[in-house]
Design a protein around this ligand. Structure first.
Ligand code: ADP
Ligand code: MG
Length: 527
């Protein structure tokens, strides 16, 4: 006798509710960290990606009546969420404004909803979203929960009031079960690293311990916002092609290729079609399954398309990286480089690398690695990240004049429209050869610059030591000389001699001794 299996499908909300750890909500500590992260990333996406200098405040408060309950509020001065989109944006899993080809921190249409979902199942209070778009006459507030079975928002309360001050931005408030004791170090580090890559932001964090961390804007320079782009033929797959065909207005294949892809003009489209024997006038919507498969294969392999463009990406630029590293790490030396764009699976990708050395940086047995992808700090799973492989295995630091423990931090920033994260928690990046090579070249470039600095510094120190040794004996020598020239008809003054000798030594070691102004500082006096 067999028992019939029961089949049913589950909604995206239910899926993530059952698989919280995939999205980074494995336990209360991790959930608290991930919640702060998702809300801060949304806040930043709503500001800098639209050319707004971010003002972001984060408050995490302990609820003294309910054990392990924390209230998180994140406020930004961003573009806001249009009123009619608020419920779905915060109450429907896999609903996003970022499902376009554009460099953003968000990606999966999941973050805010996971926070709200997690709060709902652990604490049960509705989330509160307050928002106003730019020039909105009103400010809107929604209290909502998520219908997990149906994957849709349940609106508990809606309010609006006149926007008298012309405010725009978003405030998200949620209560979740957390563990501040265990999450604290990661949350603080996350915010600190966010401040490094967004030196143009004001960030205020209020912790449950009542501590207030302020990261003040260090520059008004903001990287040019990322722009939306069309897919490059080398990055398409069959599903993407089907979607593009269903959405296109083009009637003929040649037109479709030239209009919907980047890197393909009319001429190249025609040449492509000829090379592979397609019909230029075929209606793309009428292509058979076989044709589609053949087309994808051909699009991916044809090598005469123009290279994917990277001008819609938003790298930080060497200048901002240096400002960020200087402001937060207070080192004695920094340098940074933005590498030229490369292509990863048809998507442009830019790697940036920075180095900070000495000063307030603590000497450690290994380089301190600061990883970022699309301006998001990556904190967990460091040892499985491609950047770690580069700094710990590929680079021989002794070649660059470093021996550990050394006070060195290496920043690696990868930006692109497709980042090969190892999981939905967005914590580490896979070992893709082209990315590994870019990181390595970048690290070598800044390491060379560090080596030059260290060599110069060592030379100067050495010269200074030598000069000091000589200067110490000037009074002695001058004394001897005055005695020696006593018989000389012309009077030679000891102090005059000392001064002359000092000047002589100074001119020989000009750079090294520039800070020694008086002989008395270091010379051994003659009894
Ligand atoms: P994702 O960030 O991956 O798109 P989220 O669930 O985190 O997914 O957010 C869903 C959508 O809600 C975003 O795409 C965005 O349009 C909107 N949104 C969320 N937070 C904010 C915010 N602080 N300001 C403006 N829009 C926001
Ligand atoms: Mg998000």
């Amino acid at each position: 006798m067999s028992i019939a299996e029961k089949f049913r499908s589950i909604s995206p909300s239910e899926f993530f509710y059952r698989n919280k750890e995939i999205a980074g909500f494995a336990n209360p500590a991790r959930a608290l960290y991930q919640s702060v992260r998702e809300l801060v990333e949304n806040a930043l996406d709503a500001t800098d990606a639209h050319g707004i200098l971010p003002d972001i405040s984060i408050a995490i408060e302990r609820d003294y009546h309910k054990p392990n309950v924390y209230r998180i509020a994140v406020k930004d001065n961003g573009i806001g969420v249009p009123e009619n989109y608020i419920p779905d944006a915060f109450g429907k899993v896999l609903y996003s404004s970022k499902y376009v080809l554009r460099q953003t921190r968000g990606l999966f249409g999941l973050g805010a909803k996971m926070v709200i979902l997690y709060g709902q199942i652990t604490v049960g209070e509705p989330a509160e979203i307050t928002s106003a778009t730019i020039n909105s006459k009103n400010i809107y507030m929604y209290k909502l929960q998520i219908d997990i079975r149906e994957n849709k928002p349940i609106i508990i309360e809606r309010m609006l009031w006149p926007n008298k001050t012309g405010w725009h931005g978003t405030i998200v408030r949620v209560a979740i079960e957390g563990d501040w004791g265990k999450a604290k170090q990661k949350v603080l580090e996350y915010i600190r690293r966010t401040a490094i890559v967004t030196p143009y932001a004001n960030i205020i964090l209020k912790t449950p311990d009542g501590e207030i961390k302020v990261y003040k804007r260090a520059t008004d320079k903001i990287p040019p916002p990322p722009r939306e782009t069309k897919p490059h033929p080398h990055g398409v797959d069959i599903e993407m092609l089907k979607t593009m065909i269903s959405e296109t207005k083009a009637q003929a294949l040649v037109e479709f290729l030239a209009e919907e892809f980047q890197g393909v003009g009319k001429v190249i489209a025609e040449r492509f079609i000829k090379t592979y024997g397609f019909d230029p006038n075929a209606n793309p919507k009428a292509l058979s399954k076989d044709d589609l498969e053949r087309l994808v294969k051909a699009l991916r392999e044809f090598d005469e398309f123009r290279k994917p463009r990277a001008d819609h990406l938003s790298p930080l630029g060497a200048e901002l990286i240096k400002i960020g590293l200087n402001t937060i790490l207070k080192p004695e030396f920094v340098d940074a480089i933005t590498r030229k764009p490369v292509v990863y699976e048809g998507h442009p990708l830019i790697v940036e690398v920075g180095v900070a050395y000495g000063g307030a940086i603590e000497p450690l047995e290994e380089p301190q690695l600061l990883r970022f992808a699309n301006k998001i700090p990556l904190l967990y799973d460091e040892k499985t990240d491609v950047a770690w492989k580069v700094v710990s295995e590929n680079i021989d630091w002794s070649y660059y004049g470093l021996s550990f423990p050394a006070p060195i931090a290496i920043l690696v920033h990868i930006c692109g429209t497709k980042i090969p994260y190892k999981g939905l928690g967005k914590e580490s990046i896979a070992e893709v050869p082209v990315i590994e090579k870019e990181i390595e070249e970048g690290v070598r470039a800044v390491a060379r610059s560090l080596k030059l600095y260290l060599t110069r510094k060592r030379k100067e120190e050495e010269a200074l030591r030598k000069a000091i040794t000589i200067i110490k004996y000037i009074p002695e020598v001058a004394n001897a000389m005055t005695i020696f020239v006593k018989t000389n008809p012309e009077h030679i003054d000891k102090e005059f001699l000392e001064l002359k000798l000092f000047e002589l030594v100074k001119s020989k070691f000009s750079d090294a001794v520039r800070n020694i102004s008086s002989l008395k500082d270091i010379a051994i006096p003659v009894e």
